[in-house]
Design a binder for this molecule. Structure first.
Ligand code: ACO
Length: 332
């Protein structure tokens, strides 16, 4: 059975860049508060109405296709991970497929928030190993900025998030020992409401009311401390599982890429695993939390800059709303 390799990667973020100070036009916040608690310095946001998530996904996909020297028609399927699809339905995958001009190929949407890319990687890996599809485009893309609460009440969440997309083209390799070694997925729905967006909801009628909008139920709500507490436990555990299953240890890790939710979370994860700074990559400083896009964006930056070299052990881990979490070990 072949393994799954990363054929190429790509990323795209909107041109509009906002510093922490720029956010003070909407919220009573400060560069110091945001940096100290999260590490974030800037983020990219779309100009509302000009770009949807599938537009960001398209640019990231094009960049991955260019780097692979491939045409869209060579793709066998699309997996699109997002918590911010262009519309309630259909999913973002079909819009990306339409924009790529490849009618007919399947387009699967993954709704596992910050863990979406790892869930998607697990599905892609299974398809590729069994030979069902040979060329899988896996994208994580988010537009958070159009869903933010621009009233004072929104300051705790809105300063954390950015828009962006990352893409990977995956395919089989016969090169033994290389490629995706394993993926590991978990979820615990008992914590679903610790980080969620309630409206609109098919759980009642009407799905959205004027009262909902007046009360701000269309915006995400997060119990930040609870998310923090679970993230710093579950991510190291998931990394250890990925290493143990493959008979590896922390010393073998060339690069750990963790979901970029908060630099402080990732520093704690690093400390718990006893990893050196050169074994860990963070870029939340420049992008904020782009949810399903953080991991493919970071992989692309490391691959493009030469920080990831053939044969390196790359470990991925993510934690987010659901709660969902997961990990992957990849021999680059
Ligand atoms: N600017 C200034 N002050 C703020 C802001 C802001 N943007 N937001 C909140 N505050 C204030 C609060 O009102 C509070 O003031 P008070 O003490 O007068 O009541 C004070 O800052 C502290 O607020 P806390 O919410 O207790 O701040 P905390 O230290 O917990 O940090 C944070 C908040 C950064 C969100 C933290 O809980 C965290 O990192 N949680 C992890 C969750 C996370 O990163 N989620 C990202 C999405 S989920 C994911 O991707 C995994």
């Amino acid at each position: 059975m072949p393994r799954t390799e990363f054929i190429s990667t790509g990323l795209y973020v909107p041109e509009r860049t906002l510093t922490n100070d720029d956010l003070r036009q909407w919220w009573d916040t400060s560069d110091e508060w945001i940096r100290e608690r999260t590490g974030i310095e800037t983020r990219h946001w779309v100009k509302p109405g000009e770009q949807a998530g599938s537009d960001l996904a398209l640019e990231a996909a094009r960049s991955a296709l260019d780097r692979a020297g491939m045409q869209p028609k060579e793709l066998d399927c699309i997996i699109y991970a997002t918590l911010s699809p262009d519309y309630c339905f259909p999913g973002g995958g079909v819009y990306l497929q339409r924009k790529l001009g490849v009618p007919g190929i399947p387009a699967l949407d993954i709704r596992n928030q910050c863990t979406g890319f790892i869930y998607g990687l697990s599905v892609a890996d299974a398809w590729i190993r069994t030979g069902q599809y040979r060329r899988v485009l896996l994208v994580g893309a988010e537009v958070h900025s159009t869903g933010m609460d621009f009233t004072p009440a929104g300051r705790d969440i809105s300063v954390l998030f950015g828009d962006g997309a990352g893409a990977a083209i995956l395919g089989p390799t016969e090169d033994e020992g290389r490629g995706v070694l394993s993926t590991h997925l978990w979820a615990d729905g008992r914590h679903a409401e610790q980080l969620w967006c309630e409206v609109e909801t098919s759980a009642r009628y009407p799905r959205v009311s004027h009262q909902d909008l007046d009360e701000g139920r269309q915006y995400a709500i997060m119990n930040g401390r609870e998310v923090f507490k679970h993230a710093v436990t579950k991510m190291p555990q998931s990394v250890r599982t990925a290493l143990e299953v493959n008979g590896l240890s922390e010393a073998d890790v060339k690069l750990l890429i963790a979901h970029q939710a908060n630099l402080r979370i990732n520093e704690m994860v690093q400390r718990q695993l006893g990893l050196r700074d050169d074994q860990v990559y963070n870029n939340i400083q420049r992008y904020g939390n782009t949810t399903a896009a953080t991991i493919p964006i970071a992989i692309h930056e490391c691959a493009a800059s030469g920080r990831l070299q053939r044969g390196d052990l790359l470990v991925l881990t993510a934690f987010g709303s659901g709660f969902t979490w997961g990990s992957a070990a990849v021999r680059w």
